[in-house]
Design a protein around this ligand. Structure first.
Ligand code: GCW
Length: 677
């Protein structure tokens, strides 16, 4: 049977019930007060479609129902109370949270709000689809209020760093006419708890704000609203320039211009989530042009959206891309603190500073950004790339949850107290009202959404972690595998194994020991090109010479970046002996012959890791081939093609990187594989 990839993990494939729970799912759905299109209405439809498809049952949906007949009841807590009386467990619910009370003949799914009810319905359906219905009461609240995606869709219909086809939202300069795909996307996102989508690229275009496009934004928002997904937009800071001849954030005319256009947008999108702003970064305009601070810039937008309850996500990805290589203490990694630390407390309450997980740019391994620990009076969010810009662009497969979790679980020890990044961005650690997650999926019109079926585990995991960062990477993955590929044990074990080995494999044949990914840095960010990293203004330097390699970020001799971390962490990163091997070259400039904690030399580790990583990539092909016949032909072939490509390209990676460092260092490989051809 041909598989429709666009359904992603929401396939509702038939399950032959084995436990008694699934057999007992009632045949009546009561979606409380759902006479008009709303998330609760959607929940009712979704439950009907899901249950009838998974369990081959005839299911009816009603908008009200008698409390003592067998039914799945879904709605808000308030609607339930009005109809049937109190539910004690509901007291534990927070915004967007849900509870599922499941007994053999009655299932009650309640949301704190409508969106929460829909999340509860999706969770219940997921349990049925995995044949794993939990009985009793299950309460779940999201850890962070902001769980958004940032789509980098351009108005011309292309997607920056997207590998899954054209834009779902824009074409030829305008919002698309047909918003079906936007609705389907919102459905997928809602099923993993995502509540906002910024529809256009952070490298934003002022033409988004034309009357025709504002109208179009209204249609996109209407398409996503039934799924509880709010629309947000990226703004070009200089948008008023064409009319006013200025975009100075402290000029009252400019302020009034933004207030006016914001009001226009809210007329079409009354529940708009807010704005996302990339300012003074990579050629984008911003407040620094007028000697105003980044906070002045952010607050201008904050004032415009505040009356409507909107938020401003202001990106911390601000740096100078013309820094001087000759200067040993230049360091792009210091930019975030330089630009933002002194502004702590100067942002309006509805501003969230959005910080990429590392101080550079989505590399295969980075130290966590120290900015998370430096802003105590500012709400923050973490930016994660679901689209693997530097990690093989979905021609290679890398399951990213383990990478993200390593960052989220990192304890920055701010003020010498527990300060895990996951607790900072939820607002908990510094008692902030806002905060959360921004994921960049790069989803396009391709039937796989992202360009590869396997990559969808990343989108799934992103939503799950944004809801609850304590979930395990492997648990998330296995739920996704069951939903996506069914119950075959061999399929489960094999895809689990490939996925969990995928990040180490990619790191193995690309950049090791924290040296960065070693891709082509100037244009494609794809394929090996270590030579492109040094000797330019971009600051993603290796400082690779004939004898030594690595960025010296120490306080005494280097860029001082290690000192950007709170003292307990600075002490580790500043000390070459204490820094973990996997970040050694991120923080230190050392001889190729330096011995690691593993007792290998740096260069030998490079050689070995490249062979091991590439060997893993070869084995993934065989493992995938062992699934032939166990998953549908279409998805099998599609992924096989990618795994085969990756296996070949991993050899290109292995040999180019190894030869490059052999040529620089002239140090022989102990196993005689490198340099002797
Ligand atoms: O690393 C760079 C990417 C750009 C991207 C930028 C950013 C949207 O290569 O494509 O632009 O990061 O995050 O703003």
């Amino acid at each position: 049977l041909a598989e429709d990839g666009s359904r992603g993990w929401l396939r509702y494939a038939p399950v032959r019930p084995t436990g008694h729970n699934t057999l007992d799912v009632p045949s009546t759905i009561v979606a409380l007060n759902s006479t008009k299109i709303s998330p609760v209405f959607t929940a009712g439809q979704e439950l009907r479609n899901g249950i009838s498809s998974i369990l081959a049952k005839n299911v009816q949906v009603r908008a009200d129902g008698c409390s003592n007949s067998s039914a799945v009841i879904v709605g808000t807590v308030d609607a339930y109370r009005a109809a049937y009386g109190d539910v004690k467990e509901a007291e534990a619910l927070e915004d967007d949270g849900y509870l599922i009370h499941s007994t053999p003949d009655k299932v009650i799914i309640l949301g704190c709000n409508e969106r929460g009810a829909l999340y509860g319905a999706f969770e219940y359906l997921s349990q049925i689809a995995r044949n794993n219905v939990t009985s009793g009461v299950h309460v779940s609240n999201p850890q962070a209020p902001i769980r958004w995606t940032n789509e980098w869709d351009n108005m011309d219909g292309t997607i920056e760093r997207g590998y899954g086809g054209a834009s779902n939202f824009f074409r030829d300069g305008y919002v698309v006419d047909n918003v079906t795909r936007a609705a389907e996307y919102a459905r997928l996102l809602a099923s993993v708890g995502i509540n906002g989508v910024v529809v256009n690229n952070v490298n934003a275009n002022a033409t988004l704000l034309s009357d025709r496009n504002v109208e179009g934004l209204g249609r996109l928002a209407d398409a996503m609203r039934p799924y509880g997904v709010q629309l947000g937009v990226s703004l070009n800071f200089a948008s008023p320039n064409a009319t006013l001849g200025t975009f100075d954030p402290l000029d009252p005319k400019v302020d009034a211009w933004w207030a006016n256009i914001t009001n226009q947008i809210y007329k079409k999108v009354p529940d708009m989530a807010g704005f996302l702003v990339k300012a003074n970064s990579e050629g984008q305009p911003g407040p620094l042009t007028y000697n105003r601070t980044l906070a002045d810039g952010a607050n201008m937008f904050a004032r415009a959206v505040a009356p409507h309850g909107g938020v401003v996500m202001f990106r911390a990805f601000v740096y100078d891309n013309h820094i001087t290589y000759a200067n040993w203490t230049s360091d792009r990694a210091n930019a975030q603190l330089e630009f933002f630390q002194h502004l702590d407390g100067k942002f309006d309450e509805n501003v969230v500073v959005q910080i990429k997980y590392g101080p550079i740019d989505f590399q295969v391994r980075e130290a966590p950004s120290p900015l998370f620990a430096a802003l105590h009076n500012t709400s923050t969010a973490i930016e994660l790339q679901v689209t693997p810009e530097y990690l093989g662009q979905n021609c290679h497969f890398v399951y990213l949850a383990p990478l993200w979790k390593e960052i989220l679980d990192f304890d920055l020890r701010a003020e010498s107290r527990p300060s895990k990044i996951k607790d900072i961005i939820t607002g908990e650690r510094f008692k902030r009202p806002l905060g959360g997650y921004a994921g960049v999926p790069g989803a396009g019109t391709n039937t796989t959404w992202l360009g590869s079926h396997m990559a969808m585990s990343n989108l799934y995991a992103y939503g799950k972690l944004a809801w609850d960062a304590s979930l395990g990477s492997e648990d998330i993955l296995q739920d996704w595998i069951r939903l996506t590929f069914g119950f075959d044990q061999k399929v489960l074990d094999t895809i689990t194994d490939i996925s969990m080995r995928s990040w180490p494999a990619y790191e193995g044949y690309s950049g090791n020991l924290g040296v960065q990914t070693l891709t082509d840095i100037l244009y494609t960010h794809f394929g090996p090109n270590p030579a492109s990293q040094d000797n330019n203004g971009w600051g993603q330097w290796l400082r690779a010479g004939n004898v030594t390699i690595g960025m010296d970020r120490t306080i005494e001799n280097g860029t001082g970046n290690a000192g950007n971390y709170p003292p307990e962490i600075a002490e580790i990163f500043n000390d070459v002996d204490k820094t973990p091997d996997n970040l050694l070259l991120w923080f230190h400039h050392v001889p190729y012959t330096r011995r690691l904690k593993s007792n290998k030399t740096v260069i030998q580790h490079f050689y070995d890791a490249h062979y091991e990583g590439a060997a893993s990539a070869q084995s993934f092909v065989k493992q995938w081939e062992s699934l032939e016949g166990k998953i549908d032909k279409e998805r099998y072939e599609h992924q096989l093609f990618r795994q085969t490509y990756q296996a070949g390209h991993s050899l290109v990676w292995r040999d180019s990187i190894n030869e490059y460092f052999y040529n620089l260092s002239r140090i022989e490989d102990e196993s005689n594989r490198v340099g002797n051809h």
